[in-house]
Design a protein around this ligand. Structure first.
Ligand code: TPP
Ligand code: MG
Length: 567
């Protein structure tokens, strides 16, 4: 093969940057790139074939999250890009570093408006990360700038605040001779801290709080600031709530971890946020709900402190008292020191009391939930809590979980606390179908670990072809499909809508909220794609199903038939 063209240079740059694989779905306008991948030079580079672009991007997202490293996705022309855009938005909301590439027929055809001609850069722009210069989507138009632009893409994706970027690859440009040097691309260092005056002011305000609250999200994990965040919470006796929180940003079994503010309704999070007199916000958006509250989110005289690497999020919707460009890890570390220095004996005693009260309330609530689960343990149709209880007894230490359990996520948290950073990953941004490919990306990233992915029946049907990727590449993730025959979450949400309008909650739901008929058989859908599976309908079948799932390192699916009741 004539290996001095742009397509080879592009692959060499990826390898130089430590990229060892690509997720994708090819078409004719990427044939030259796929053809180059056959060269023995790239024999160690893996191409994971996904049979839908949503699956490819979602796999790349969780792979990048698990390794905290940029992932590369290859899509086909406008058609493949369009199919992948929803998952790119999902990655953007979670700051996942992705380089998405897509081929085009060639610059020489520009004037002809042929089949598949489309402005890929404009299509990608609303779905990629933006920086100072606008949305990070580019197209290579000169054979001497293939590597230059790829390096820019790699650097930009990995520079905080991270996110997906796009690069359009006209075929003819990649077929030209390329002599660009291949040099490692490095992210821009961004460990920045506000100056001492700012952290001191924040510490003073927080020390005086009677009802402090911390709102945090995935910016904590991106910075590796879990320990510092927990320390600040402990010193202050402040309850911590996750918002846009899809990773282990704080051990969830910690007494001061309050829970998640939720994805849907501002009216649900308002009682939490409005009760505080001083709020520390770090590494999150305020607030990420679909229907956020427009007013009254914070108490009238509350002091708001927001430290973030994404300055766009600071005071985006509500005024703040102190806002600063800040990397969470060093900034929270310094803040904890400063708090210890300035807090009076009385303030410390109050903080200890708050911690104790919160611990008691959390324990009482947990006991109540467990005894409710206990009453439902033996029910048929099954309750998710029974399955989670049995799984918790058998799950090996260090196992990774991908959670698109949606309406069953509370049961998942209850039995499988998320305490160890890097072991738990949740869907976000309202994107459906992340569960199956999410588990696959985790297993590709961490093949030595057991990986469980949870997904609803609705979510699973969106990306069901992910199972064929598992079988083809021998990716031994375990899938649990929570099969309740419905889009159950839509029913809860409609009930809330009715409630807000003083309408009865027992009206019939739209028929489109039910997935039955037909009676979906996920065990058969799995077997038809080369993945072994079992259907579980009764409590006494759970143990065997889990034993089979865990007996080897092959992919395996559990079709868990659950009660669809809204209780
Ligand atoms: C691409 C896309 N289509 C539709 C929706 C709307 N939606 C959100 S959740 C949901 C249903 C989820 O059902 P399932 O996965 O079965 O979980 P359950 O609610 O039953 O727990 C739908 C249709 C969406 N968020 N994204
Ligand atoms: Mg469902």
């Amino acid at each position: 093969m004539d290996n001095n063209t742009g397509r080879f240079a592009l692959l060499r740059q990826l390898v130089t940057d430590g990229i060892t694989c690509m997720f994708g779905n090819p078409g004719t306008s990427e044939q030259n790139l796929l053809d180059a991948l056959r060269d023995p030079e790239f024999k160690d580079f893996r191409y994971y074939l996904a049979l839908h672009e949503g699956t490819a991007v979602a796999m790349a997202d969780s792979y990048a999250r698990a390794l905290q490293r940029t992932a590369v996705v290859q899509l086909h022309s406008y058609a493949g890009l369009a199919n992948g855009l929803g998952m790119m938005y999902y990655a953007r909301r979670g700051y996942t570093p992705l380089v998405v590439i897509a081929g085009e027929a060639g610059l020489r055809y520009e004037a002809l408006d042929g089949q598949m001609a489309a402005d890929l850069v404009t299509m990608a722009r609303p779905f990629v990360k933006s920086d100072y210069n606008g949305p990070c989507a580019w197209r290579i138009v000169d054979p001497g700038s293939v590597v230059r632009l790829l390096r820019r893409a790699l650097k930009t994706a990995a520079t905080p605040p991270m996110g997906p970027v796009f690069l359009g690859l006209p075929m003819d440009v990649l077929d030209e001779t390329n002599t660009e040097p291949i040099i490692r691309s490095l992210p821009v260092h961004s460990i920045v801290m506000p100056d001492q005056k700012v952290t001191s002011q924040a510490a003073r305000l927080l020390a005086e709080a009677h009802r402090p609250l911390i709102l945090m999200g995935d910016g904590i994990t991106a910075s590796g600031a879990q320990t510092e965040l927990t320390e600040v919470a402990e010193v202050l006796g402040a309850t911590v709530w996750g918002a846009n929180c899809s990773e282990v940003n704080m051990p969830t079994s910690h007494p001061l971890f309050g829970g998640f503010t939720g994805h849907m309704f501002g009216e649900d999070s308002k009682p939490i946020t409005a009760a505080a007199d001083v709020v520390l916000i770090c590494g999150t958006t305020v607030l990420p709900e679909v229907f956020p509250a427009l007013e009254g989110v914070f108490a009238k005289d509350a002091r708001i402190i927001h430290f973030d690497l994404n300055t766009y999020e600071i005071a985006k919707n509500f005024p703040v008292t102190v806002g600063a460009l800040a990397d969470p890890k060093p900034t929270l570390g310094l803040l904890a020191q400063e708090l210890k220095r300035v807090m009076s004996e009385e303030q410390r005693a109050d903080a200890r009391q708050r911690l104790q009260r919160q611990e008691e309330a959390k324990n009482a609530q947990r006991q109540e939930q467990l005894s409710r689960d206990d009453r439902l343990r033996d029910q048929v149709p099954l309750r998710a809590s029974r399955f989670m209880e049995e799984l918790a007894k058998r799950l090996p230490r260090g196992a990774l979980i991908f959670d698109e359990a949606l309406t069953y996520s509370p049961e998942l948290y209850r039995y499988l606390p998320q305490d160890e950073p890097g072991t738990y990953f949740q869907t976000r941004a309202g994107m459906l179908g992340t569960g199956l490919p999410g588990a696959l990306g985790l297993k590709v990233a961490r093949p030595e670990r057991v990986v469980f992915g949870f997904s609803g029946d609705g979510g699973s049907m969106s990306t069901i072809q992910a199972l064929s990727t598992a079988a083809r590449h021998g990716i031994g993730a375990k899938f649990v499909v929570l099969n309740n025959g419905s889009y159950r979450i839509l029913k809860y949400n409609l009930q809330q809508y009715w409630g807000e309008r003083q309408q009865p909650s027992d009206q019939p739901f739209p028929e489109a909220f039910d997935l039955t008929p037909p009676n979906l058989r996920f065990d058969k859908l799995a077997e038809g794609q080369g993945v072994n599976a079992i259907r579980v309908e009764r409590p006494d079948q759970i143990a065997e199903a889990l034993a089979r799932a865990l007996e080897n390192d092959q992919p395996f699916l559990i079709d868990l038939v659950l009660s669809s009741s809204l209780g």
